[in-house]
Design a protein. Structure first.
Length: 319
């Protein structure tokens, strides 16, 4: 049985449809990312799953219960880590985790949780002395102390420096090892690509793609980037005509192509025929960010209000 099931979920606000008939499952023990631009309906969807907002129509089950009618039993089995949480600055992490722990019948040990989130050496420091990254770790500790089966993570690394983000990723990886189910929202595509087993892209209240990062990349016509340098004495206008047109990026030349095999054959064939080397030749596969931007661009309305390009429906994308 999936940890979360959503079928034809809709939510209207004063005649405006914020969530427009979305359907998806989150498997038990899976890390699932919900991606989309601001205003896409992600927050509304997550709040409905958490039981904090009512739905207009559709069916939703979370850990086997309807969050709209479930009682305390469901609340005790989920953990919520908000993007911003107000913490009493005069408490210590140990005191706050101890306080939150008392609210749950199933509890993790305070010191174990602080060790897990990397706050063992700050357990007795006042919250007001913690850095932004350390406060975010404390938020996560408070969400974990009740030993939840399902954890909601809302933008968990916003404002983190690169080192802190990598440490947070390691922590979420550790949750996977513990068998926890995680619903993640993030605007960082590298984060989603690293952490998520599967992800869904939401645009204007609709899921436009769902699957693993590799499946989404394969189903979306994002273009590969070929980059290289010209040897001394060779000008760009001597090159064969290349797909997408050449642009210069510092000392490198680059072009985009939907057929990198053919493009490389044309470029290297020309180089061999003319007896020249093509230094620093690389091919970049489309990243999840490339795929995401292509999906959003294909499904957002054009400036005149018409559809810019509906593209394939979500059902046509691997699930």
């Amino acid at each position: 049985m999936p940890a979360v099931t959503v079928r034809e979920l809709r939510k209207d606000y004063d005649g405006v449809r914020a969530v427009d008939g979305i359907s998806f499952d989150i498997r038990d023990g899976e890390i699932f990312a919900l991606l989309g631009p601001n205003g896409a309906g992600k927050t509304t969807t997550v709040e409905i799953l958490e039981g904090h907002r009512s739905r207009t129509s559709g069916e939703v089950t979370v850990l086997g219960e309807d969050p709209a009618t479930a009682g305390r039993g469901l609340r005790e089995r989920i953990g919520i880590v908000l993007q911003e949480a107000g913490l009493d600055e005069d408490f210590t992490p140990r005191e706050l985790v101890t306080l939150y722990r008392r609210m749950y019948p199933r509890r993790l040990a305070v010191d174990d949780v602080l060790d897990l989130v990397g706050l063992a050496d700050k357990r007795d420091a006042r919250v007001k002395t913690l850095s932004g990254g350390q406060r975010r770790r404390l938020d996560l500790a408070l969400g974990l102390v009740g030993d939840p089966d399902l954890l909601f993570l809302d933008e968990p690394t916003t404002g983190f420096d690169p080192t802190a983000r990598r440490r947070a990723w390691e922590l979420v990886d550790a949750l996977r090892d513990l068998g926890k189910t995680v619903l993640l929202t993030t605007h960082y595509m590298d984060e989603a690509e690293h952490l998520a087993d599967r992800l869904a892209v939401v645009v204007k209240g609709r899921i436009v793609a769902i699957g693993t990062p590799d499946e989404l990349g394969a189903a979306t016509p994002a273009r590969s980037v070929v980059s290289f340098r010209l040897p001394s004495g060779v000008a760009a206008d001597q090159l064969p005509r290349l797909d997408g047109g050449l642009t210069q990026d510092g000392v490198d030349w680059r072009f985009e192509t939907i057929d990198p095999t053919r493009a490389l054959h044309e470029l290297t064939g020309w180089a061999l025929a003319h007896g020249v080397d093509v230094p620093s030749l690389t091919v970049g596969r489309p990243s999840l960010e490339d795929t995401y931007l292509a999906l959003v661009a294909a499904h957002e309305p054009a400036a005149d209000g018409s559809a810019a390009g509906r593209g394939a429906p979500a059902e046509a994308v691997p699930a």
